[in-house]
Ligand binder design. Sequence first.
Ligand code: SER
Length: 621
Amino acid sequence: MTFKEIREKFIKFFERHGHTAVPSSSLIPDDPSVLLTTAGMQQFKPYWGELDPEQTIHPSIGKPVGKNAVSIQKSFRTSDIDEVGDESHLTFFEMMGNFSFGGYFKKEAIAYAHEFLTKELGLKISYVTVFEGNEAMGVPEDKESAAIWKELDPAIRIEKQGMENVFWGPTGASGPCGPTTEVYFKNAQGQDIETWNLVFNEYFYPGSREELLNSAPGKKLEKLKTPGVDTGMGLERIAMIVQEKKNIFETDLFEPILRAVIEIQGDKPIQQIRLIADHLRAVTFLIADGLEPGIDERNYIPRRLIRDAMTAHYLYIGAGIDINFCVDPVNTIIDIYRKDYPYLLEKREEIISIIRKETENFSKVLKLVGNVLDLKKQYISFSTEKKWPEVRSGTDIIDLDGKILFDIRQSIGVSWSQMKMVIEKEGFELGDKVLTEYDEAYKKHQELSRAGQERKFGGHGLLLDTGELKAANEEELKKVTRLHTATHMLQAALRQILGQEIYQMGSDITVERLRFDFTFSRKVTPEELLQVESLVRRKVSENLPVNKTEMPIEDAKNSGALTVATAKYPPMVKVYSIDDFSREVCGGPHVSRTSEVGEFKIIKEEASSTGIRRIRAVVSP
Ligand code: SER
């Protein structure tokens, strides 16, 4: 069975059982507290308790989803990034999932999974896990799931596990969560592989997963108004099981990509080839969803992926790097996915040119590192824009300094594992001394950046409160604050000119520009854009005060303050208003008078996805 057949079977199976098929949402989530989309449930988060899935129009299908949904979601997890190259870890993957928002619960969810796996895919389950219960959290043992499995298959092996493994979520700053039951299969090497995770969302937790696991004071699991089901099964992994392959990279999905990489790499050690295949696939999708290699938190991810792929390439080719090394693999990747993600085809040129540009820049850096580590040189120091650390090597014993290695790694942005390989390739051995020094430098750096973060945002405040704002220093903070107020004014103007049916679907602010996604069914005409722009400009010139008041969320909503449908608000919120022009629930910060926003200009209007438009705008420097 090909991976395409598995995809199709999955969607059809759940459609037959009364689920609405919903396309994958973007890898860049609406939820500002989540860096990238990590699971299929992300786009449905508000349906467990906040939005009515039978009333709310889902933007990508143009009608309500109803109580049950099925999707195959583009997902990205950084958690395993250092493992990529082995047999089963990936950064980007597609997650197949069925969901219920107050429709069915454990009995049906487990029965569907059992039927799909054993009948549709013809597999034999190795064992399943269920939640053992946690008294301190007030969550009982999941005896019900165990009984349901036994009824379907009296011989099935059931293992009980705890919070770490079989209690899922929440994602981001808060959200639905609950006990899970997971299904394991043996792969062709006889190892047990976790494949399908069935989460029973019974609870809402008003904090992050980390807080939940550490029993953060004052935060407790609350029963969800709309309990339901959230399941997820990685397509790549199940394809490996179905196709009886020893690892993911031998499936029909990865095999052509590996071949395209090998064509330029030659028949070189497999870990590096797998890493290149995984990373280029991830980068292709990330760039297509709007990321570009850069230094802010999100854009650093494609940068790191490209640089690691390049380093892998360098490790075997040497310093003479072919800046076109990405072209064949990326074309192959796009060909594999063009049917399911047709937009990849439109973005082909853009994706390749962005990767190529990053490759070109980075090849210069890599060459420098190669020189830095060159055994023949005794004392070398480099200076690029930043001051390069001096590396000293003795005559017989190579005296590498772990702190210096850390600094180099920081400034060029590759992973430590890739960097270590470059160093070893250059003939250095990394002894305990160097590794200890490196670890110390790393820990120190982490402490410093945590302290910096707390100073800037007063503990973990701002990110959770406002989400879309990020700034590295005071100057940036000023700029993004102006753009933030401009975003509110833009939304108000859009609603005034185009109608009150406009709702915010996403917002992203960088030092350069604001980006605002909103519901609207057609292209906004140039005349309308001009009207919107002039209205914002007029309000800026009126120098209106921006007022902030605090009130309970219910009062805020009743007073007509706009909220973001997908956001979860605390009981007390801040409302920012500008005269009777704009009124929004928001964590801030904002400028105090509109004239501070400066000259406002819309630079682009385009489709973001079906039923959602996207505007980019700037303010004067
Ligand atoms: N959200 C769960 C997971 O990602 C199930 O979809 O594993």
